[in-house]
Design a protein around this ligand. Structure first.
Ligand code: GDP
Length: 439
């Protein structure tokens, strides 16, 4: 997925733009208890083209102190990770010395830059836009983040600046037998990702593979287990050193997001000695949004006592409530304990995520569910579920067709979800239910 970073001085409307670019995606995935979104990274989509958006704090390149300096540092990292930088300026404030400064920095950084002028509602051809040519970044593109004008053109222009995206992960084709299961181990630094990967490689015969040519390419380690082929996607910034892997790069949210998007199954690793942190919850939120199958691995289980274990269980229940469908496995990567159950959970989650659900079975299930408890909605007409079919895999999507289904409650959706899950024995995968109403 291409990465788009929003850069500009404070108050030009970057976060409003960020919300515009990522909203369509968030709207599909409801908010759940315990899920606090990281407002700096988000997924966007235009038709079938997906991208990652990074919002940055206000950028003041020559600031040398405190919080402003920290923001500048984060902005530099975002620029380094981006495929395209969207440089946001403000037509009402006009061109400033700071904009010139930022533009100089971006040219130096040698990135593809798309210059946009925000707050330009109704200004296709305004003389006010002309002065932004001075930045030397080409034709300024007028947009209005607040009013949603020019957003589509902005995304199209940004995506056209990067090469065509790779074929989508998680599609039907990924489910075919001859492709390895793509597995990502996600978690913040020091949870034990490389220890786990080394433990796996120590158990298994390490199959020879090529190291990637550039640092941008993720390492993919082939692995076989019980006759099933896996491909391990690196999230830890791993480098091979002799026979073992060690993490040498800094933790990168973008790398983690890319790996999650590429994966079929994500092992979300939590450090038992640290509990579930805000950062863990954010990573868990990305996993939820991705729709990938997920197993929660609580690592360093060896290092905590009974009382701490109890506390931890409770913090998982509250802080990761939105991943309740995911199995939780306790492991010690260091002592190689719990690895058997972890593999089993990964296998179950993968099989669930690519489960085939025949139309006659789904249709029977919705009829049975309706007989047990009919759907209700506010308003006059009574909802009726006629038939259902499978609309996708990894995550499985069930599309229910019928009449007046647009206002069916979340509670009823959960009721249906429970019945589908039980019938198909789904574990470790989210399940999406869509209603299609024909009036
Ligand atoms: P990464 O940054 O997620 O790849 O984390 P590492 O694999 O480098 O591990 C970070 C630290 O945690 C190292 O000192 C490991 O030895 C330690 N560690 C990893 N797994 C375990 C475990 O299961 N139990 C204990 N007690 N320590 C562990």
């Amino acid at each position: 997925k291409p990465v788009i970073a929003l850069v500009g001085r404070p108050n030009v409307g970057k976060s409003t733009l960020f919300n515009r670019l990522t909203k369509s995606r968030d709207a599909i995935v409801a908010d759940f208890a315990g899920l606090t979104r990281d407002r700096h990274y988000g997924d966007g989509r235009l038709g079938s083209r997906e991208f990652i958006v990074i919002d940055t704090g206000g950028f003041e390149p020559d600031s040398s102190t405190g919080i402003v300096r920290e923001m500048a540092k984060q902005t530099r990292q975002a620029v380094a990770e981006a495929d395209v930088v969207v440089f946001v300026t403000d037509v009402r404030l006009g061109l400033s010395a700071q904009d010139m400064e930022i533009s100089r920095y971006l040219r130096q950084a040698n990135k593809r830059v798309l210059l946009v002028v925000n707050k330009a509602e109704g200004m296709q051809e305004s003389p006010l836009l002309a002065e932004f040519h001075e930045l030397g970044l080409g034709e300024p593109m007028p947009v209005s983040a607040a009013h949603g004008q020019g957003i589509r053109s902005l995304v199209e222009a940004a995506l056209d600046m990067v090469s065509e995206p790779e074929p989508e992960a998680g599609d039907e084709e990924a489910a075919t037998q001859d492709r390895p299961v793509r597995l990502a181990v996600a978690g913040r630094p020091n949870v034990g990702k490389s220890t786990l990967i080394n433990a796996w490689l120590g158990e298994e015969r390490l199959i020879a593979f090529d190291m990637p040519g550039t640092t941008r390419d993720a390492i993919k380690v082939p692995l076989e287990r019980d006759g099933q082929r896996f491909e391990l996607i690196d999230t830890a910034g791993l480098r091979r050193k002799g026979k073992v892997f060690e993490a040498i790069e800094k933790f990168s949210v973008v790398k983690t997001l890319q790996a999650i998007a590429d994966a079929n199954v994500v092992v979300l690793m939590v450090d038992a000695t640290q509990g579930v942190s805000e950062q863990d919850a954010h990573i868990a939120g990305y996993v939820l949004d991705s729709g990938r199958a997920v197993v929660v691995a609580i690592n360093k289980w060896d290092a905590i006592d009974g009382y701490q274990r109890e506390l931890l269980e409770r913090s998982i229940e509250t802080r990761l409530a939105f991943l309740r469908f995911a199995p939780v496995v306790h492991i010690s990567a260091l002592r190689r304990q719990g690895l058997g159950p972890l593999w089993k959970a990964i296998g179950d989650a993968y099989r669930s995520s690519v489960c085939k659900m025949p139309t006659p079975v789904l249709t029977r299930l919705v009829h049975e569910a309706a007989a047990h408890q009919a759907p209700k909605r506010a308003g006059l007409s009574r909802p009726k579920m006629r038939y259902a079919h499978q609309g996708g895999m990894n995550p499985p999507i069930i599309v229910i067709h019928g009449n007046a289904l647009d206002g069916v409650s979340d509670a009823y959706r959960r009721f249906l979800e429970g019945r589908f899950r039980e019938h198909f024995k789904l574990v470790g995968t989210p399940l999406r239910i869509e209603f299609k109403t024909s009036h």
